[in-house]
Design a protein around this ligand. Structure first.
Ligand SMILES: Cc1cc2nc3c(=O)[nH]c(=O)nc-3n(C[C@H](O)[C@H](O)[C@H](O)COP(=O)(O)OP(=O)(O)OC[C@H]3O[C@@H](n4cnc5c(N)ncnc54)[C@H](O)[C@@H]3O)c2cc1C
Length: 310
């Protein structure tokens, strides 16, 4: 097996952008693309906010073009998951079902997955009214009625964002108080077209081809009823894909922690290991920001390799 200058783990916007930059800098690059090659945008349809596509682009098409661009500069690809890493010694070691791969540096771009409620109809109507990204999909619900599920700061932020686009926003929360910060709650309560249903759960999503409503249940009275809405937004958290990194890198709440180095940097707690995209960024979570971080990680890796121990 060759010794790679850079092993990129993940092939979403962050990983593929990193690979475009490292290969164009003449660094021998292996991309371990993951079992779900292409990342989160593979499960969406219209992407209207990625620059350079004035008419929008389908998520899978965008990721296919992105991958072709990385392959043009001769990155090696393995469509598999990394099952184990060892960052305690050099060269850095990464395992897939094909065996061990060695790199002088590693860029982690494994992303994060939104949590869903786990309802069968929710799965079926994903991208047809069910969304876990208000910033990405809110625009498609202009003037419509939507439900937001959640009770933390993200749920407040998403609801406030949607309130500027949608006719009404109903926040469904299974407890009788929010976890969100007081200031965010106050903002929410003051917004005229937002209402809150306490002690309530969404138990089904209604509609054939697209969302036409949700079935809700009051957890105290156990009474069920239907709400006529066109959108269901989940804001119940994300799961960063960092299982393989436990005991290897400094993580907080599962996210990779970046180490400031002369200002903003993608360095992690291990020298020569960098992270890019949703795997560390729980704030912005957009394709364009993940791509930006991918570029930064590649430039950081390139600079680090110039002075790296042999
Ligand atoms: C339904 C939906 C719609 C969205 N719409 C938009 C939109 O319109 N505009 C926008 O800007 N953003 C949108 N987003 C957000 C955007 O998709 C993410 O911010 C972006 O994909 C993050 O990129 P990433 O490269 O950090 O991670 P991801 O895209 O999550 O990619 C992670 C990659 O790592 C791989 N991986 C994970 N674990 C392993 C492992 N153990 N070994 C190897 N590989 C691994 C995965 O297979 C995947 O290839 C949307 C998200 C969703 C879920």
């Amino acid at each position: 097996m060759p010794l790679y200058d850079v092993i990129v783990i993940g092939s979403g916007p962050a990983g593929l952008t990193a690979a475009i930059y490292t290969t164009r800098a003449n660094l021998k690059t292996l991309v371990i693309a993951g079992a779900v090659a292409g990342g989160q945008l593979m499960i969406t349809t219209d992407v209207e906010n990625y620059p350079g596509f004035p008419k929008g682009v389908q998520g899978p098409e965008l990721m296919e073009l992105w991958r072709q661009q990385a392959q043009r500069f001769k990155a090696d690809f393995i469509d598999d998951n990394v099952s184990k890493v060892d960052f305690s010694k050099r060269p850095l070691k990464v395992w897939t079902s094909e065996g061990m791969h060695e790199g002088r540096s590693v860029i982690i771009a494994t992303g994060a997955n939104a949590k869903y409620l786990g309802l069968p109809n929710e799965e079926r109507l994903k991208g047809r009214g069910v969304s876990a990204c208000a910033t990405c999909d809110g625009f498609f619900f202009k003037g419509l009625d939507v439900v937001v599920v959640g009770g933390g700061d993200t749920a407040m932020e998403d609801s406030l964002y949607l309130s500027k686009l949608c006719k009404t926003v109903t926040v469904v929360h299974r407890r009788h108080e929010f976890r969100a910060s007081k200031i965010m709650q106050d903002r929410l309560f003051k917004t005229a077209n937002v209402k809150v249903l306490w002690d309530t759960e969404v138990i089904d999503v209604l509609g054939d081809a697209k969302v036409e409503g949700v079935r809700i249940k009051n957890v105290k009275t156990r009474q069920t009823s239907d709400l006529k809405v066109q959108g269901l937004f989940l804001a119940i958290g994300h799961e960063p894909a960092t299982d393989i990194l436990r005991d290897q890198l400094h993580l907080e709440k599962g996210y990779v922690v970046l180490r400031p180095h002369d200002g903003l940097s993608t360095a992690t707690s291990v020298d020569g290991v960098f992270a890019a995209g949703d795997v560390h960024d729980f704030r912005y979570r957009q394709a364009v920001t993940a791509a930006g971080y991918g570029c930064m990680a590649a430039l950081d890796a390139e600079r680090w390799l110039q002075h790296a121990p042999a």
